[in-house]
Design a protein. Structure first.
Length: 110
């Protein structure tokens, strides 16, 4: 197999895994599969990571993701809805109250 084919397969696998995360986090369902909304949320996330609060946001999101993966692993579930949704109230309890929902997107209450 040629080098470009190996690289293409790696890239395809990465894209499939990232797509799985979007579905697993229920983003497709929550947005009604609205690509503009999903893309806008991702742009907001990238801007947040590049802001002065980027480090705190990254830590919060990494902790939330790790908790979700750990919960799935411990229950054997592929989708653990109780640990996925992060809202402003959750962020405040974790000491990151200024990390809010993107503009125009209301925080979901749990």
């Amino acid at each position: 197999m040629r080098t470009w084919q190996v690289e293409r397969r790696k890239r395809t696998r990465q894209l499939i895994e990232l797509d799985g995360l979007v579905v697993k986090a229920r983003i497709v369902d929550q947005t009604g599969d609205d690509r503009a909304t999903i893309y806008g949320a991702m742009i907001w996330m990238a801007e947040k990571l590049n802001s002065e609060d980027g480090g705190r946001a990254r830590e919060l999101w990494a902790r939330k993701g790790k908790e979700a993966f750990d919960a799935e692993r411990s229950t054997g579930a592929h989708e653990k809805s109780t640990v996925i949704g992060l809202n402003v109230t959750d962020a405040g309890r974790r000491g990151a109250s200024n990390i809010a929902s993107p503009p125009g997107i209301a925080a979901r209450s749990t």
